[in-house]
Design a protein around this ligand. Structure first.
Ligand SMILES: Nc1ncnc2c1ncn2[C@@H]1O[C@H](COP(=O)(O)OP(=O)(O)OP(=O)(O)O)[C@@H](O)[C@H]1O
Ligand SMILES: [Mg+2]
Length: 676
């Protein structure tokens, strides 16, 4: 460690902020400081917590700490995301915030389904808008009453009304959404001195990575957790703030200096990650943004290879070219697959690249994208299976009973949710209660009961007995139950009714793939449907954890790559409209406001570009396409303004190599395969 880093690690006289550019060893200060606290300063690991933003970053930090501190020393240490700390706090404090300890957590698509029922529209864009407005309010600790007061436009007024019912609905379902995981503990600590003191004495030292991306709520939570003692270290880089769209605010860095007059600010200037050419390009790009804090960065890792700027004909050529180049570079640099990363702005860019990687049999690992188990159709089908296995899975009940629609409206679900909440029973059980029947009209009750009976029949076939029925017969094999279930609910027809034919086809294929996989699994391992569901939950979890680190090319969105580093980086799709991706202009008509919002969006995209460039250690390749397919048309594209901003006068290599013909490509590939 250099002197500045050491100072950051050793400083314990009060709050400390390490403010420095990419790759300067900020995260390293955190991991070293954890070791220092538990090894040299007598802190109990259970009194120390380090917070980051993604599971991946948390895991990475955990690995780094394990390398420098012994197992016994770090027993009980908390290294987690803000969200998982929130879950832990809520589980322990559930009763104080009016929840059962086994409350469920809705992910954003479950939450979207609720919003959809509250707002009478099929306009997906509008629904997303409402959902994100509610989310921004939650993250700024604005409650529905206040939101109604401050709503300035008709759209915001609509969102504010939806916000109130949305919260009521969640409460009725004994469920929370992602934002609640941080908002509710924060509000609890705010009003409950006993809980506040308990948590403060439990977490005696707090470390926060990527501080520039905290939102108002997270800022407040850290403040409440650390109290007047203010024993914390935050590290961050205002130039890497890329979550403004989710309510994060860089001002939190400046706010720290005013909220804590005794704040110790430490700056780091040496970059240990990237060769000079890469660092210089990154610095030149970020210079174009207004500065919040003065920062310098230098590297003594040598000039390194020239950065390559590679124009391509279209996105397919781009994908192929990147794959061919990676194969060649793997040989040239004597590198492994896992030393390469392909980074892109939007998830939809991944598909073509995945196709090429598969064609060329290059192993790859996709992160930050939508996994198979997150696809809507898979989640639909799994919601039925989850409910077969577990009566109490209320979010699964809600998803299943509303997909496909079977004439159960929001009003009915509200009554059901409230009734089940009062009686403290699961929704599925509530359906059959006389007390519920008295609150509903027969036309509301009938579809509920039909659904309940249908689910009970399925449970019965799966070997589960219902309370009021005879003991279950032996379980039928899972395969036929699932097929019968899908035809009974008309799921294939539902897919074709709700989307265009091609998408429906792909989605139905995905469902068939799932059934096939489940069927094989059931047969091979002799699993019942109930076992299977648990198995799937485990697989889903494992997939989300990506525990193993196989030798494979990394594919990631720029956002998900934050904090990570790779020897060789391919930054693809660097075109105007994609990178920067500027979205639609504001529609409120005020030109001055529109210009201001455009400027701030460009700045946020520039920071994202800076994040992308600074992931690279040894080599950087930037590609853009002259044409890109959108919907069914080829659209002409211009190179990203950021390419010019990188200012690559001397090392600018405009690669003129034409797209290879298939025959040339095969010849070249064969040559490469021979070499490796
Ligand atoms: N003093 C040091 N000596 C040698 N290597 C170092 C030193 N400090 C950090 N490094 C290495 O430099 C790289 C970047 O460090 P780190 O990830 O901590 O930077 P960071 O400031 O957190 O970057 P980012 O802003 O991208 O999150 C890592 O590989 C780390 O191991
Ligand atoms: Mg870091």
């Amino acid at each position: 460690m250099n002197d500045a880093q050491r100072e950051g690690v050793r400083y314990l006289d009060g709050p400390c902020l390490v403010l420095a550019g990419a790759g300067s060893g900020k995260t390293r200060v955190i991991t070293q400081k954890i070791a220092y606290l538990v090894r040299d300063c007598g802190y109990h690991a259970r009194n120390v917590a380090a917070l980051t933003f993604t599971n991946k970053a948390a895991r990475e930090m955990d690995e780094r700490v394990r390398k420098i501190a012994s197992k016994e020393l770090i027993k009980g240490l908390t290294i987690s995301t803000f969200h998982s700390l929130g879950v832990r706090m809520l589980r322990e404090e559930a009763r104080k915030v009016g929840l059962k300890p086994q409350f469920s957590i809705l992910d954003s698509s479950d939450a979207m389904a609720i919003v959809q029922d509250l707002i009478a529209t099929t306009d997906k864009g509008r629904l997303r808008q409402v959902q994100s407005t509610i989310s921004l309010w939650k993250n700024s600790l604005i409650d529905p009453e206040e939101a109604e007061k401050i709503a300035a436009t008709a759209a915001e007024a609509e969102a504010a009304r939806a916000y109130r019912s949305y919260n009521a609905t969640l409460k009725a379902y004994q469920a929370v959404d992602f934002d609640d995981l941080i908002r509710m503990p924060t509000q609890l600590l705010e009003r409950d001195a006993e809980a506040r003191e308990r948590w403060q004495s439990r977490l005696r030292y707090l470390l926060v990575d990527e501080y520039q991306d905290t939102n108002a709520c997270q800022y407040r939570l850290v403040q409440l957790l650390t109290g007047v003692r203010a024993m914390f270290t935050a590290v961050g880089d205002d130039d890497q703030a890329i979550y403004a769209w989710r309510g994060a605010t860089v001002e939190n860095l400046a706010k720290l200096t005013t909220d804590y007059p005794s704040l110790k600010v430490i700056k780091l200037e040496q970059n240990y990650r990237s060769v000079q050419r890469i660092l210089a390009a990154a610095n030149r790009v970020i210079e174009k943004n207004p500065k919040l804090f003065e920062k310098k960065l230098w590297s003594d890792l040598g000039a390194g290879d020239p950065i390559k700027i590679i124009p391509m004909e279209n996105d397919e050529a781009e994908a192929e070219s990147v794959c061919v180049r990676i194969s060649a570079a793997r040989f040239d640099y004597q590198a492994q697959w896992k030393d390469f990363a392909i980074l892109y702005r939007s998830n939809h860019q991944a598909r073509v690249i995945e196709q090429s990687l598969r064609n060329m049999k290059i192993p790859y690992l996709l992160s930050g994208g939508q996994s198979f188990f997150d696809k809507a159709e898979i989640r639909d089908v799994l919601s039925y299976l989850r409910l077969i296995a577990n009566d109490e899975d209320d979010p699964a009940f809600i998803r299943a009973i509303t997909t496909p629609k079977r004439g159960v409206g929001q009003a009915t679900l509200d009554v059901l949710g409230t009734y089940a909440g009062e009686r403290e029973i699961p929704l599925l059980a509530a359906v059959f209660e006389e007390g519920l029947a008295q609150r509903l009209a027969p036309r509301q009750l009938t579809p509920l009961r039909e659904f309940g009976e249908f689910m009970h029949r399925m449970q019965w076939r799966a070997g589960r007995g219902a309370a009021n029925k005879e003991p279950p017969a032996p379980a039928e094999p899972a395969g036929p139950i699932i097929s019968d279930l899908l035809s009974a609910i008309g799921y294939e027809r539902f897919l074709y009714d709700s989307g265009e034919e091609r998408t429906a086809q792909t989605r139905w294929q995905n469902v068939l793939e799932l059934i096939g996989w489940l069927g094989r699994k059931a047969e091979e391992d002799g699993l019942s449907l109930v076992d299977l569901v648990q198995h799937v939950a485990l697989v889903t979890m494992l997939e989300k954890n990506e525990e193993e680190a196989p030798d494979a090319v990394r594919m990631s969105t720029l956002h998900a790559s934050k904090g990570l580093e790779y020897p060789h980086v391919y930054l693809v799709g660097c075109e105007e409209g994609l990178m920067p991706h500027l979205g639609k202009d504001d529609e409120d008509g005020d030109p001055a406001k529109a210009a201001e919002s455009l400027a701030s969006r460009v700045q946020e995209e520039r920071r994202l570009m800076y994040v992308g460039i600074t992931r690279a250690q040894r080599s950087l390749n930037v590609t853009w396409c002259r044409k890109r397919r959108r919907a069914r048309e080829d659209v002409a594209r211009e190179p990203s303004r950021f390419i010019e901003e990188m200012g690559l006068d001397t090392d600018k290599i405009v690669d003129t190599e034409p797209t290879l013909s298939p025959r040339e490509r095969m010849a070249r590939l064969k040559g490469l395969l021979k070499k490796t």
